[in-house]
Every structure is written in C-alpha cells, then in structure tokens.
Design a protein around this ligand. Sequence first.
Ligand code: PEP
Ligand code: MN
Length: 606
Amino acid sequence: MTKTNDPIDVYDLSGGLHPRHGHSLRVAYVGPTGSHADRALNRYVNRTGSSVEPIACRDILDSLLAVHSGEVDRAFVPWRNALGGSIQDSLDAVLELGLVIVGAELAPVRQCLAAAVAMPMHAIRNVASHPEALRQCRRLLRRIPGATRQPTNSTSAAARALASAREEGHERAQQDAVICDPNTAKRLQLVVLESDAADHPDNQTLFVMVARDGLTDLRLGADEEVPNLWRTALAVTTLHRAGALARCLSLLSEAGVQLTALESRPLVGRPWEIQFAMEAEGHAGSEALMSGLLAIREEVMHIRVLGSWQQGSEPQPQASKVAPPVAVSASLSSADKPVHGKVTKDVRLAVLTEGRARTIVRVKGVDIGGHPFVLIGGPCSVENKEQVDTVAAAVRNAGGRVLRGGAFKPRTSPYAFQGLGESGLELLAEAGRKHGLPVVTEVMRPEQVELCARHADMLQVGARNMQNFPLLSELGGCQRPILLKRGMSASLDELLAAAEYILVRGNTQVILCERGIRTFETATRSTLDLSAVPVLLERTHLPIIVDPSHAAGVRRWVPALAKAAKAVGAHGIIVEIHPNPEEALSDGPQALTLPMWEALARDLLA
Ligand code: PEP
Ligand code: MN
C-alpha cells in the first residue's frame, strides 16, 4: 500500500461498525485529504456514527489490496457513477480478491476543469485525470479535441502533479489542465476554467465499504418491507450452454428479483469464459433473492453474493438480524421434496429434489455426471517431465478424458516423497496442454488453492482432507470444479455435508468420489464401498465417480473394481497409472502398467 504524504485525520466518532478491540476501524481510501472518496467517507461516518481511522492510499487497487492483506480493516472505494457506470478497477479487484461489500454511501460528485494558469480552452494541450473522471466529462472533452488525455491514479494525483509542475517552473504547467474536485483545485490554488465539467449536473457516485470477509454492516431491519432501499451485488458464472444467461434471468424474474445492473466481466486466466456482475433490488437475505439464487443454481457454475447495502443516505435502522452475504441461499422451500429420504439440516443444496436435473460438471469441455462414462487416469505423483508426458499420451490414446497427477501429496509418513509442489503443477499442466487433456490435482491447504487453480482445471480434495473445513470453504469461493473424495472413515452423510461446505459458498461444480473406507478387512488397502454409488445416486444430484486404485492398493484387482463401478452406475473412474510402477515415488503397488491401463480402457469404453 502506498500512502500519500498528507496527514492522516482521525474521525473521532463513537459507536457504529463494531471496531475491533475498542479501536477505530482502519479504512483505506483514495486520498489525499479532501478527495471525493474522503468527503464521501466523511458522510458515511457522520451518517452511521462509525469510528474510523482513514488511511489515504494512492489508488483504488492499493486500497483494496490493503484490505485483502489485512493491513487495514476496510477499504472505501467508488463502485458506480451515475454518468460513467461501474468503476471497473473496483469491480474487478473485488471479484478477483474475493472481497465483500459491507456498506455504502451515495455521494454527489463534482468535477471541474482546472489549470495552473488562466488560459482559453483551445490552448489546452493535455487533460489529466482518473479515467473514470474523464469518462464523466466526455462532452467537455469533445470541446477540446486537440488535447490528449492522460490517465492518472486519481483526480487528486492529477491536480497535485500540475501544482508541482507549476512550482518547479515546468513548461507543461502553462499548457496542461486537469479534471478534479473543485475543493482540491481550490486547495492547490489552481485556476478553475469550467466549474461544472461533468456531462450532467446530477453526478453521483456510489462508494462501497469493502471488507475481507464477514457480514454486512448495514442491518436487515424493519425496512425489509421496502426492498428497494437495499441493493445486492452478485457475481454469477453461467454454464457454457446456449441460453444459460437467459434462463438465469427469467428464473430470477420469476422469483421476483428486480435487477438494476448487469454486465459481463472476463475471468482472469480463463480466456473467453465470462462472469456476470449483477445488482438487484433487495437484501441478500430477502425471500425473493434467496429463492432466486436457489433457482439459478442449476444454470450456473458459480454464484457469489458480493454484499448488500442500503441505497440512499437514510440513517440506519437498529440492528435486528444479519444475513450472511457470502453464504448462498441454502434453504429449501417446503415445495422442495427430496426424491429419497429427508432433507437434513446439514445437507440442503446437495440433495436431489423432485424435478431437479442432475448436475453435469464440465471440466474444460469434458462433461462428467451423465453419459458417457468418463475415464480419468494418471500417476499418483508427478515425478518428472518424461513420466507425466508418457502417461498423458497413454491416457489420451486409450480414450481417457482427464489427466490426474499429484504435486502436493498428503503422505502418511513425513519421510515419504511429498510431491514436487509448484514445479509438479507446471509439468502436469504442460502435459495436459500437449495431449489435449484437462488436468486434476490435489490441493491440501486453503493457501494453495489459488496456485493450484492457476495450473489445474479441477481441484481434488483428498480423503484425508474431506473435513478440512477451511479448505472446503476456500474451494467454494474458487471458479474451478472440485473432486471431493470420501474420507476413509466418513459416512455418506458426512461426505454430503462436506460437499455442502463447497456448495454453500457458491461453487456448484462438485464431483463426489468413493475411494474405499476403513473396515476390519486387511486384504485390501481399503474396502471399496460400491453400495455408496446407488445410495448417492438417489440422494444427490452431484456426479459420482469411483477410485478403485486407492481402495484395492494392489494393481491386479483394480480392473475388476473399475468395471464393477461402471456396473453400479458411477459416472466415471479415476485410476493411477505409471510407466514403471516398481520405480514409482508413491503408490507404486496399485499403479496400473501402461498395457493394463490400455486393456481396461478398451473394456470400459467398448
Ligand atoms: C491420491 O489420489 O493420490 C490420494 C492420495 O487419494 P486419497 O486421498 O483417496 O487417499
Ligand atoms: Mn495415490
């Protein structure tokens, strides 16, 4: 975070936003003192009675990175302008960093055209300002067509640079102009050439208060009956199917959700996949939004509630209940009847209800969850380039659709090979690209999710981590399908509850995997519980695959169990393969040789 040199003012107001340890909340904003954001923050503080220590930052991204890193408690950034539309820097960073909106302030914004010296409009050579401010003043800029436009980090940065140029006797001070707040112009003794530079006098910006996580500061109170006082921001990644967006919109409208904004934003690192940023009337906890979000789950890969805030500047009602904006509508209505059994309070979103379609998880173009039966194969651990390349070629040639390979290995012994880490991910991704196969790899810790998601098309939760709840929650926020393995002592209810942790955070793309459980039997490494497949097919809409390798622990039993998995209705299998199992750094005894794999694939795909 780059702080500006301006002195930091402390707003000494009591009450408000639950400051931690009795201290003020440290709030990053785009400075310096007197900037648009500073004045809007002042309004917010006065209105809410919050105790805030403002920290001036250089730009929007710095402010949001500061809240992401935990350096400050909140960031207060512009979100939408009445003339220029949404503020892309804020929207993209909130989406990418997984931040949450917890409050908002609608503030009037004035822009003026100012220069270091009085000059006629046609003499201006260059106009500097924040790109969003330039966008708000398009009509004025059309009147000086010869002037170049220079983007800056903030409107105040432009004004300050011009004031310094004048002090240093720079020639450009005689030719340049800036668009900035009239107060800033006055403070820096700039000459105002045009006092109302924006395209329309009714120029307003909605500023939002952003946190790393947590609940909305603005309480869901008595005014729930007046839903249009509330706004909720959502990010929705639709399935790659024709008409998915249209179906989402009509489901939302049937649920009574009134959208107030919709725009598409690219997904970083996933060319041509699109997420939609939406804003709707009402609180995330309102009935219309809860049922609308539940209804669209079948059409989306990922939903995120970015937060709810109260539109306008009325004082806040007293606290009553607070809806968690990040958990996505997990209640089933009384109209939802499970196909079999009861909906338990622990498992709601994973349940197969009457009329609900089965989830098909698409892993980079490979559909899992229906027909055809999908083969996933690869080494237990990625060991070196040649090994993973040889196996990938064999997987592809035999009709396998996804390549597996571990880079972070959960080993029972700390002395065993722990995986190649990031270089293993790179080798796996490279082999996948070369042979046209999406790749799946295991992730063990929440902090590894981002790295693994950068390299892999699907992320695996291993048996040992099925109840690693922070990991599951993190995966719920990520835009990758998840392969969730059953813990070796986990019941099917516990497996479904673990899936629920991912689903409730907005990721709808979860595949369950039966991989054997601990019983008194020691002949096999684990006991493959094939009855899990028909039971789960009745109880959940999520796809189910079987891992016969870790269950058997012995390669010669793997083909029979793989065929049995298909016979009981699984949607696919995941098996371990090694070019030279005797030399494997992990799980060699259960790895299929290449000829065994080829024969198995022939049988299963016949
Ligand atoms: C693996 O897939 O290599 C693995 C460690 O599996 P599990 O978590 O099922 O033991
Ligand atoms: Mn293994």
